[in-house]
Ligand binder design. Structure first.
Ligand SMILES: *[C@@H]1O[C@H](CO)[C@@H](O)[C@H](O)[C@H]1NC(C)=O
Ligand SMILES: *[C@@H]1O[C@H](CO)[C@@H](O)[C@H](O)[C@H]1NC(C)=O
Ligand SMILES: *[C@@H]1O[C@H](CO)[C@@H](O)[C@H](O)[C@H]1NC(C)=O
Ligand SMILES: *[C@@H]1O[C@H](CO)[C@@H](O)[C@H](O)[C@H]1NC(C)=O
Ligand SMILES: *[C@@H]1O[C@H](CO)[C@@H](O)[C@H](O)[C@H]1NC(C)=O
Ligand SMILES: *[C@@H]1O[C@H](CO)[C@@H](O)[C@H](O)[C@H]1NC(C)=O
Ligand SMILES: *[C@@H]1O[C@H](CO)[C@@H](O)[C@H](O)[C@H]1NC(C)=O
Ligand SMILES: *[C@@H]1O[C@H](CO)[C@@H](O)[C@H](O)[C@H]1NC(C)=O
Ligand SMILES: *[C@@H]1O[C@H](CO)[C@@H](O)[C@H](O)[C@H]1NC(C)=O
Length: 495
């Protein structure tokens, strides 16, 4: 069965992003170790790596990400390790009037190990004036906070969004939220940005939401410690995430049910994967039983198939003894001998597997460790603290039917909590962020002004019909093209 649709679509996108701005090197020494990286792979991977390096604020990572000598694994989680109060924005595309800080702090991994993690804080010019949760009159002038959980960036240290020129989600979320007056506190997630593992190994617990939820929670607490003049100690915040970060944000709402971060006003989750192994099995089952050409199957089927190698790497980060055993030989070779030596992020990941159709060994999802991973770390179907706003597109990479099951299971577990869902007709994974912006931006503002319009019920799902949806450009990747240019090339940006 040929699964070329996924890589090809991603290749198109990558070419769109790559060709105008970089000159690819002919080859990279690191590719020599691979026994399967043939002509296509040899040609594409350097393009991806060159694009990535051009998209990173610092390559290699700057000293900010070195673990300070005062770090010890016996620290409490939420300890502030270092603060860069004013990040030099020369190498970023951060809009004028906004500013940025970076912090390093301690988080807790799923097995209880204390790990260092990094985050950025994106500052508005002036705060959106909020009136909930104020502890005193002196709170005026303090900043309302949105704790942002990012989508898939990759598995390695270099893939930290705080090191992306555009902070990864640029105007789609981070820049827009800050322009509206919210301080955006965005963890990179443990394992990205900072790593305690040697030899380029990865420790990022990809798609195990509870790990990211810890990273978000301790980022909020550490940021309050870092900037006591800007945030109240228990000041109000909303959690928000997309894709992988939608999974993390939902896990954060579940964490709130048992381990509270004070000041919580609610969670927005956009396009969240929930029970990843079940979702993958449903996709595999669809492919096995359909006569429809793969290229015509819905995105929720085709996308997760191509994600199998990084899902397997994510499981290995949580259960090292699993040791990548679900990967097919070719996927293992590409992972170990192409992506890992290059410390490649999402673009490299897409192109390194572009000619691969056989991502995993048959039946790998039946392995008991894989099942345990899903049982312990899925989101949905657990108690949570609302209000929870769930957003997805009808052509998203998650199935709306699976989303409906997840919502029903969560409302069974926490029927007294507010949960409302909106499905944006015809929208794909990134376009839905823009399509729903009116909804989520006003939802956030309403929470900070105590102007909540929700009826408090759990599980209502509303379909939103868009205008002219057949005539918009759907894009499987983020399509706000924010270019970076250095100061001597400012003319490139003139209107
Ligand atoms: C990798 O291959 C290139 C030619 O394709 C060669 O020039 C280079 O020396 C090789 N590097 C290593 C480390 O073997
Ligand atoms: C910007 O990036 C360049 C090239 O990586 C680096 O030499 C320089 O130090 C960076 N500037 C700042 C202010 O971080
Ligand atoms: C940022 O770094 C550049 C050098 O890369 C320097 O010229 C500039 O003054 C710095 N900006 C600030 C605000 O410190
Ligand atoms: C515990 O988690 C850390 C961080 O993810 C990881 O490096 C370590 O290997 C894990 N230990 C065990 C015994 O699983
Ligand atoms: C994982 O598998 C590789 C290749 O089979 C082997 O060399 C390595 O020792 C294994 N590591 C662990 C932790 O089992
Ligand atoms: C995986 O488990 C399912 C359900 O238990 C079973 O139907 C299927 O045959 C198994 N697949 C393999 C390859 O073992
Ligand atoms: C979820 O519950 C609603 C209301 O009871 C129902 O209409 C819907 O079919 C359920 N979804 C699934 C996937 O069972
Ligand atoms: C949009 O396109 C679909 C598929 O081609 C078609 O079935 C539908 O009628 C179109 N809708 C409108 C409003 O043109
Ligand atoms: C800006 O980019 C141009 C073209 O790549 C380069 O020649 C120049 O040295 C760069 N200037 C700075 C200040 O980095």
């Amino acid at each position: 069965m040929k699964l070329s649709v996924i890589p090809n679509r991603l290749v198109d996108i990558a070419f769109l992003l790559v060709l105008p701005c970089v000159n690819a090197q002919a080859s990279l020494p690191a590719l020599n170790g691979s026994s399967t990286c043939g002509a296509e792979c040899q040609e594409l991977v350097p393009l991806a790596i060159a694009y990535e390096h051009s998209a990173h604020a610092h390559y290699p990572l700057d000293d900010f990400y070195s673990i300070p000598s005062n770090f010890t694994p016996s620290m409490e989680p939420g300890t502030l390790l270092s603060v860069e109060t004013h990040t030099n924005l020369t190498n970023y595309t951060v809009p004028s009037s906004l500013t940025m800080s970076r912090i390093m702090y301690t988080s807790m991994s799923l097995n209880g190990t204390i790990v260092p993690a990094s985050a950025f804080v994106l500052w508005p010019y002036a705060p959106f004036e909020y009136n909930v949760g104020k502890t005193s009159k002196t709170a005026s002038g303090k900043f309302p906070m949105v704790a942002w959980a990012h989508g898939t960036a990759g598995l390695f240290a270099a893939c930290a969004p705080s090191n992306y020129r555009s902070l990864q989600y640029q105007f789609m979320t981070s820049y827009s939220l800050a322009i509206e007056g919210f301080a955006v506190v965005a963890t990179d997630y443990a394992g990205l940005g900072v790593t305690t593992l040697p030899n380029g190994e990865q420790s990022h617990a990809y798609l195990a939401g509870a790990a990211g939820a810890n990273d978000v929670a301790y980022a909020v607490e550490a940021t309050r410690k870092a900037f006591p003049a800007q945030f109240e100690p228990e000041g109000p915040f909303v959690t928000m995430g997309h894709s992988q970060g939608g999974n993390v944000a939902w896990a954060f709402a579940e964490r709130q049910a048992h381990t509270k971060v004070s000041g919580y006003l609610g969670t927005i989750t956009i396009s969240p994967p929930m029970r990843v192994i079940d979702e993958l099995n449903a996709a595999l089952q669809t492919i096995a039983t359909t006569t429809i050409p793969i290229a015509s199957l819905p995105l929720w089927v085709t996308t997760i198939i191509g994600l199998q190698p990084i899902i397997i790497a994510g499981i290995t980060a949580v259960f090292p003894s699993y040791n990548y055993s679900g990967m097919s030989p070719i996927a293992y070779d590409r992972y170990q001998n192409v992506v890992k030596p290059l410390q490649g992020c999402l673009p490299t990941n897409s192109l390194a597997y572009a000619d691969v159709t056989d991502f995993a060994i048959p039946g790998w999802t039946n392995d008991s460790i894989v099942q345990q991973w899903q049982d312990q770390y899925h989101v949905s179907g657990r108690e949570f603290q609302g209000p929870l706003l769930i957003i997805a597109g009808s052509n998203d990479v998650i199935s709306i039917d699976q989303l409906s099951s997840g919502i029903n299971a969560s409302c069974d577990a926490s029927c007294d909590q507010s949960l409302e869902a909106y499905v944006y007709n015809d929208m794909e994974h990134f376009p839905v962020i823009q399509a729903s912006r009116i909804k989520w931006m006003s939802w956030i503002k309403d929470k900070f002004t105590g102007n909540s319009k929700s009826d408090g019920s759990c599980g209502k799902m509303t379909t939103v019909q868009g205008f002219n949806t057949n005539y918009t450009i759907q894009s499987q990747a983020a399509n706000w093209l924010v270019g970076w240019t250095n100061s001597s090339l400012g003319w490139e940006e003139s209107l």
